[in-house]
Design a binder for this molecule. Sequence first.
Ligand code: E4P
Length: 217
Amino acid sequence: MKFFVDTAVVDEIRELYDYGLLDGVTTNPSLIAKSGRDFKEVIAEICTLVDGPVSAEVAATDFAGMVAEGEHLAKIAANVVIKLPLTLDGLKACRHFTNKGIKTNVTLCFSANQALLAAKAGASYISPFIGRLDDLNLDGMELIAEIREIYDNYGFETEILAASIRTANHVKDAAMVGADVATIPPAVIKGLARHVLTDKGLEQFTKDWAATGQTIL
Ligand code: E4P
């Protein structure tokens, strides 16, 4: 499973990229607002750090506006992926960009039928939002599993990008049901490495090694 980081904070992206854990980045208007940065400037900076896909979301909600904004964003760097909302206009814009060879990420997906439409529109990625469904006592992971089955039934190449991930268990469960990608907040990615028994074991090994009085170098 590929890991994208869900943030527009460049220092967080740099740190994770340096660990070798990142395959790409996703942003959205809320994350851009939170970063306090200029949108196009921060996308350009992220694209100089990361050579994988970097999702940049349009702000317009009508077809013509999405096309104009998306074409502008696509010029920032070759790895910019145009993020479009899952509306009829967004799907039409998706088809437009796919026909031009520009990658797309169709976002705000909350049902299997929406995901089916995105695949038919030629989306490169579909982003089903797990956490926001779970917030409503619905089952975000069940949606990922349904989309996996539908895409496999018909050989759709659209990649399932599990989004709105809030916990380590979301990451594990998305991997188990076959999501192609997970976009994950930085703190959750770092948390995946932690285990109390790892910490305890390492503390003991360090203590025992010191007692030997030996050095390796
Ligand atoms: C990523 O592409 C999505 O915009 C993001 O994962 C949404 O996460 P949230 O529901 O925690 O805001």
